[in-house]
Design a protein. Structure first.
Length: 58
């Protein structure tokens, strides 16, 4: 049966500890603008991935 349960999420940190909205953060905004410096927007890809990270999956 579909019984609705309310699950209390743990509070990781109080909301008041978040200094400001992310889009008002100048460091974040400058890093966003660097993503489109080489023309079209691209998502940065890792240059190296440690294969041992995936050993438990394969």
């Amino acid at each position: 049966s579909d019984v609705e349960e309310s699950i209390e999420l743990p509070s990781i940190f109080p909301i008041s500890d978040i200094p400001s909205p992310v889009f008002e953060n100048s460091i974040f905004m400058s890093s966003l603008s660097k993503l489109s410096e080489k023309g079209s927007f691209h998502i940065p890809r890792p240059t190296f991935v440690d294969p041992n990270i995936y050993s438990e999956y394969f």
